[in-house]
Structures are given as C-alpha cells and as structure tokens.
Design a protein around this ligand. Structure first.
Ligand SMILES: Cc1cc2nc3c(=O)[nH]c(=O)nc-3n(C[C@H](O)[C@H](O)[C@H](O)COP(=O)(O)OP(=O)(O)OC[C@H]3O[C@@H](n4cnc5c(N)ncnc54)[C@H](O)[C@@H]3O)c2cc1C
Length: 307
C-alpha cells in the first residue's frame, strides 16, 4: 500500500511539475520530527505544501486503508522506539498567517511563535500566553494548549477542518469545539484534520503586548529545562494539585531510567539527557504514577501523546 501511495503522490506532483506539492522521505526517524528527540523510523513522511495537498494525502491514505498520523511540530508526542507503520503527514510547511481587523487567520502548520508575532505586529492582545509554546496551530487547537491563565479556547473563533468521514471541509465555532482542559473535539478523533483556525483578539498596545510576551518567555527560561529535549509537561494537572510538586514531594526529582530523567530543574518535565528511548520514558512515567498513587491515592494522567 505504501508503494501505491508513493506512486499516487508522484502522479499528483507530475500534474504541476514546476511546483512539487508533496515531498516525501522514506524510513525517516521520528526522533528528527519531535522535540523529545526519541523514536524509530516512520515508513514514510509526507510534507504537503498547501491545504489541498494535505486533504489529498489524507483522502488517499484513507482510501488505501493505510494508517496515517498528522504531525505538527512534534512537541507533545512520545514516538515509539519501533517507529510508525504508515505515513506521517507533517504540516509544518502550511505556515500562512495573516491579520484582518482584530482577527488572526493561520494555517494548521503555522508555529504559535509566528502567530503571536503576527498579533504583536498588528497590535492585537490575547495570544501572549501562547508565545513560547513550541507547537503549531493544529497541535495547539487539538489539545487546547494553554499557559499562564490563557488557553486556545479563549481566543479561537472558528476552526476549519477536513472531515474524512464525509469528505468535506467543515467550519466549527469555538463553542462547538468541546474544548476542555487539554482536550477538544479533535483529540483522539483521527477523522478530523484541522486545516486552519481564526483567532479573535482585542486591540492593544505594542509595547505592552511585547512586554507581556517577553515576561512570559523569561518565566519559561527561568523555570523550565529548555536546554534538554523534552515534550514539555509530561503529566496533566491533577485537580487541586500541582503535579510537579507532587512528584517533587515523592522524592522523584532527578530520578533517571536510561537516558530519561525527571528534570532536576522542573519535576513536571521528563528530559532526554542523551540517547533516551521511549521505553525509558515509559518506565519513568509508570514509576511516577505508581508512587503518587501509593503516597497520595491520586491517579495522574499523561499529557503527552504516545504514538
Ligand atoms: C519546552 C516545551 C514547553 C511546552 N509548554 C507548553 C505549555 O506551556 N502549554 C501547553 O499546552 N503545551 C506545552 N507544550 C506542549 C506542546 O508544545 C503543545 O501541546 C503544542 O500545542 C503541540 O503542538 P504540536 O504542533 O507540536 O503538536 P504535535 O506534537 O505535532 O501533535 C500533538 C497532537 O496533535 C495532533 N495534531 C497536530 N496537528 C494536527 C492537525 N492539523 N489536525 C489534527 N490533529 C493534529 C497530532 O496528531 C497529535 O496527536 C510544551 C512542549 C515543550 C517541548
């Protein structure tokens, strides 16, 4: 089926030889496509260069019954050491961002950094919290990313997605996106592919917006182990508790399994200190979950998606 997909992509590209719309790489390590720097090879990685090409790829993979995985910047995933059997569709070339009035419109592969910078340039306030989250618009909407009292559901007006079940583009209003704490209509539903999102913001002052962005970035630099590969906070917040504090109180800060370590700087992060495997990270996760359950009777849940 993989060979068939590659042949169909070649035919698709041949229709516009001056403009290759889908590039591919075979047997490509997922460790190069995620911020954890962990993961075996994907059978095929495909990069659509426009939204139509993304839809074409998804439709074709589905029609061939070939497993596919949509990937943005890979900053919230833990890929398997065995890699991925199927096609990884990477959106990071779909980067268009523009502002119209008090709105920002961004394609799914646009980085949150570029979206927040566009908002700054247009003197629009509301997205400052997202500056420093190293994801794309698609990944951020998918899991309702948030930080410092803000989250995507505060600023999303509409999301445009491709519904593979009906083969159509659908526009959904924020209130119908089922946003919750790190979940949305899109999480765990591979049939809905986020194409783009529109954010509605408030007019603001350039210097004040910039100051807030810089302050929040500095807080990240001060508190987070940004000099090591990771996927950010490994666990979700546990209602009524700071998970990082629970881990610290359990005496697990700094604990290592292989190349994976509970960050000595921030116990909510598992870092890759060099050569960590997915199995190392999973072992640490299990140790933490068991200890917190034993000591506090609390079940903590993973935020990072295992693939
Ligand atoms: C240092 C660091 C700090 C972080 N800080 C924060 C933080 O403060 N707050 C926070 O919420 N998160 C944080 N994260 C986690 C991560 O950056 C966010 O969750 C981000 O939104 C993920 O975006 P992504 O593009 O990397 O998604 P990916 O990791 O590529 O994908 C995540 C999930 O989204 C799905 N997905 C991606 N794009 C699409 C699409 N177009 N359509 C459908 N599904 C899609 C994928 O299939 C996958 O299941 C941090 C991570 C790191 C490494």
């Amino acid at each position: 089926m993989l060979q068939k997909l590659i042949a169909i992509i070649d035919e698709y590209n041949a229709q516009t030889p001056e403009n290759v719309r889908i590039t591919t790489t075979k047997d490509y390590p997922l460790s190069n496509l995620c911020t954890f720097k962990i993961g075996g090879p994907a059978d095929l990685v495909a990069y659509p260069c426009d939204i139509d090409a993304l839809i074409f790829l998804v439709k074709t993979a589905a029609s061939l019954d070939l497993p596919y995985l949509i990937l943005g910047n890979g900053s919230n995933i833990l890929p398997s050491d065995m890699g991925y059997r199927g096609v990884v569709i990477n959106t990071t070339r779909l980067t268009s961002v523009c502002s119209i009035g008090n709105k920002i419109i961004a394609e799914c592969g646009a980085s949150l950094i570029s979206v927040t910078r566009e908002a700054l340039g247009a003197q629009l306030s509301g997205l400052e919290f997202a500056y420093g989250i190293p994801g794309t618009v698609g990944g951020a909407v998918y899991m309702n990313a948030g930080a410092y009292e803000g989250q995507m559901s505060d600023v999303v007006e509409v999301v445009h997605y491709f519904d593979t079940k009906i083969g159509e583009i659908v526009t959904v209003q924020c209130e119908d996106c089922n946003f919750g704490y790190r979940i949305s209509l899109f999480s765990n539903d591979p049939t809905k592919i986020i194409l783009s999102a529109e954010f509605v913001l408030n007019p603001g002052n350039y210097d004040e917006i910039k100051q807030k962005m810089d302050d929040l970035m500095q807080r990240r630099i001060d508190k987070q182990p940004l000099d090591y590969p990771s996927a950010g906070s490994i666990f979700k917040r546990c209602p009524g508790h700071f998970t990082a504090r629970l881990i610290e109180e359990a005496g697990l800060k700094g604990l290592s399994v292989g190349g994976a370590q509970i960050s000595p700087k921030h116990a909510g992060f598992i870092i890759n200190t060099g050569g960590a495997t997915s199995a190392d990270v999973m072992s640490l996760i299990e140790i933490v979950k068991e200890k917190i359950y034993e000591e506090k009777g609390l079940n903590i849940e993973c935020e990072v998606r295992e693939i």
